[in-house]
Design a protein around this ligand. Structure first.
Ligand code: NAG
Ligand code: NAG
Ligand code: NAG
Length: 287
């Protein structure tokens, strides 16, 4: 998108406009108050995330000996629906060093919004989390494994109020491993859609902490989101925080946190865009 802006500026300059205004895309507007903003401005360097910053927590959740600049890539892909011309994609990767807190069974790296906290506004009222995903053909996931990609975890870390997953759900033989799945707190699949290996896929989940419901929204490519489910009753109590990235479970163990099999020389990535949480108290959901 950077080149688009430069081109637009060049065109304005050559046409002799005195004060060129940057072209803005009218679509993709975020219509509701933003609560947490994880959209990455065009031109951001990976090292930006190594120290305290306005977007994501610099300390969590990652391998003990890794810097975010070793984990995050800024892939040269078109920007996603809600990123428009001002923001760009970011990719979370896994390597053999992606071991957090001696959890030797998992390989994980997860972004937390900088201003999210275990008792913060992300877990009260009515909030909608938005995220878009794109696949990196050079860093494919191994769908024999179960991946948590986006979720909200309770403040006491005892449960996740919802999970957005890929791959083979351990203990759920009926699920299609090549689909994105949204699960509730008791691991029931609420909705799923095939993983698209070419274009962006855009998701949103509205969490109504007053009515205890979850509603899923979805679109592919640049299309507007539409409701994919109704507001489904769910136990979303327990406060906590959002996490966006990859948590890859091992195979062949009943103790997924600490043991099991992970192949070596991992080089997997998940591209994200359009990360933000908006206030849906008045029913507002950006589509
Ligand atoms: C990014 O991708 C575009 C379109 O494929 C290409 O024209 C451009 O040269 C690429 N930029 C970089 C820095 O690789
Ligand atoms: C995918 O995971 C399975 C189970 O751990 C493993 O047997 C297989 O070798 C992996 N495939 C690749 C391409 O790494
Ligand atoms: C998850 O969904 C199932 C199936 O609809 C439902 O029976 C269960 O109560 C839900 N669990 C929670 C914790 O909301």
């Amino acid at each position: 998108m950077q080149s688009f802006t430069l081109l637009a500026a060049a065109l304005f300059a050559s046409a002799g406009f005195a004060s060129p205004t940057p072209a803005k895309r009218a679509v993709n507007a975020i219509n509701c108050p933003i609560v947490f903003d994880g959209r990455v401005p065009v031109g951001t360097a990976a090292t930006f995330f190594d120290t305290s910053n306005a977007l994501f927590n610099a300390d969590y959740v990652k391998g003990a000996n890794l810097k975010w600049s070793q984990i995050l890539q800024l892939p040269n892909v078109s920007s996603s629906r809600f990123d428009g011309s001002g923001y760009e994609a970011i990719e979370v990767t896994l390597s053999d060093a992606s071991i957090f807190n001696n959890q030797n069974g998992f390989r994980r790296a997860g972004l937390q919004f900088a201003s999210d906290s275990s008792t913060g506004p992300g877990a009260s009222g009515v909030k909608t989390l938005h995220w878009s995903v794109k696949q990196d053909a050079t860093r494919p996931l191994n769908l024999t494994h179960e991946y948590l990609n986006v979720w909200h975890e309770t403040a006491d870390y005892s449960a996740d109020q919802f999970m957005f997953e890929a791959g083979t759900i351990i203990g759920s033989s009926g699920s299609d491993k090549a689909s994105w799945k949204i699960l509730n707190r008791s691991n029931q699949i609420l909705w799923s859609t095939p993983i698209d290996n070419t274009q962006w896929q855009n998701f949103a989940v509205t969490l109504d902490y007053n009515k205890n419901t979850i509603q899923v929204y979805y679109s592919a490519g640049t299309a507007a989101l539409t409701a994919a489910t109704t507001a489904i009753s769910a136990d979303i109590s327990g406060n906590g925080q959002f996490q966006i990235g990859m948590l890859k479970k091992p195979t062949g163990t009943s103790d997924v946190v600490n043991s099991g099999y992970q192949e070596s020389n991992l080089n997997e990535g998940q591209i994200y865009g359009g990360l933000f949480v908006e206030d849906s108290a008045d029913g507002c959901v950006s589509t």
